[in-house]
Design a protein around this ligand. Sequence first.
Ligand code: AMP
Length: 597
Amino acid sequence: MDYVIIADEYEKIEATTKRLEMTDLLVGLLKNTSVNVISKVVYLTQGKLYPDFMGVEMGIAEKLAIKALARASGQRESEIQSDLQKSGDIGETSGKFLAKRKQSTFFTKKLTVEHVYETLDKMAKTSGSGAVESKMALLAGLLSDASPKEAKWIIRTVTGNLRLGIADMTMLDALAIAYGGGKEARELIERAYNISSDLGRVASEVAEKGLDGIKKFQVMVFEPIRPMLAERLASPEEILEKLGGKCVAEYKYDGERVQAHKKDGKVVLFSRRLENISDQYPDAVELIKEKIAAKEAILEAECVAIDLETGDMRPFQELMHRRRKYGVEAAMEQYPISLFTFEALYVDGKDLTLEPFPQRRKALEKIVKESDRIKPAIQKLVKNPKELEDFFEEAIEKGCEGLMCKSVGKDSVYQAGSRGWLWIKYKRDYKSEMTDTVDLVVVGAFHGRGKRVGTYGALLLATYNDEADTFETVTKCGTGFTDKDLKTLHETLQKHVIPRKNSRVQSTLEADVWFEPNLVLEILGAEITLSPIHTCAMDSIRKGSGLAIRFPRFTGKYRTDKSPEDATTSKEIVEMYRGQLKKISEPPQAQKSDTLN
Ligand code: AMP
């Protein structure tokens, strides 16, 4: 196919501002394209060589393009540069300078789409020493064979200035009209795109096999599926009503979404924005290799920072230290992660995206070899608002953001690439941030694991209720202790071990070891939340709930100057909770996905 056909069409598309007209022009171009080059034409028309998830960038700097243009046109770089300053468009400037070429060097070879594509591909893949010179030579060669009009579009393509504005949805419309028999075919074609993220493959399939081919279109390992997204509602009542009276509520973990693809011992992880993030998480790659009992699989998980010694989840901010290209090993040591899997989309030859959610979950449970580092998301079938609210509090206290409430109906398919009511998120609209430290009494402990075997992994801490003269648990803390602290604590606390819970201690949790209330420690937490587990100030904010401190950390201060009755009181925690209530404003969706996952 001659490249000039594309260049002509681009000229016309550029000249229109109307979307319908643009689609018509695109339809014309696609109809004129033969099956064997259609994927290339589709990529090029969006200024790409491959689908985005391949991460191949054309990346030719303007300066390099000017050099190539100077060589191909026989003009001086400085002249090109000053013309560019006036025109502001490197495409226009290229066309102009190539038109000035002497007749003798005028183009001799007809440029084909295949040749242009291959040359650009070679340029994109050239790296190492001498790469800049080789890229420049390749581009200059291409420009020498190009007409001014062709040069304009080639230069715009390589410098990332195509400016045609052909969005994915316009391309899907055009494909539906050109090869699907009309716009009605758009839905089917869009689904193919949503499960492959590859418009080139979709175009080849529909051009070659028509709608029948598209109906049979399947997910493919190593091609990311566009993620399903959730709607949001503010109350358990509304959520249950929307989901037909019952739903599966799952912990909404606060980390980064990863889509893991596994085949023949190879694993690739994609981010929510479908970028390959495997290099950031070698530990997650290993987990998928070892703990997923399937030869081929596509699954989704939330990757969360954890404390290896206690198994507790850590705040989202800690995971952000893993967003790096260099020093990955050190970051991996310092900020370990766990995976909480929540979807199985493909397992050993079977595409599960159209199966109802309970079936997908069964498939997921079958293949995850559960360990401390990887497990299916904790979930519960809930049928009334109270169950949902209690489960929500539990999730928050454990370090989650809230709940994902999921439809279990027959139609609960995986809606790739769209936000719908099959998933509803339930998050808080306020939180009670802690700015002050509190002094808490050690009333129990849990055995350590990992490096902490033989010492305590976490301590059960309580406030003092000065009316009832009791100690009420408010948090479990395993963070902030140095190795020396752990040793000292173990020794000091030995003296206070008692065979069963002290009668003044109010606890629903069963500690591994109980202590006489004695030692007071200074603790800093992230916030105070309602809790179905802890007994601090039970019933004072909400019936059946106590208060808890989320993400507690020992400050290093042993308050040996304080007796347990001098510790922070439950009433003070209530005051802190009330006084620090802050509205959480939800950032707009687009922004959030940019900054978070
Ligand atoms: P949001 O980013 O607030 O729209 O919430 C959606 C995100 O929650 C997803 O993209 C996942 O990264 C995350 N998430 C955490 N836990 C789950 C879960 N159990 N099911 C689905 N998504 C989850």
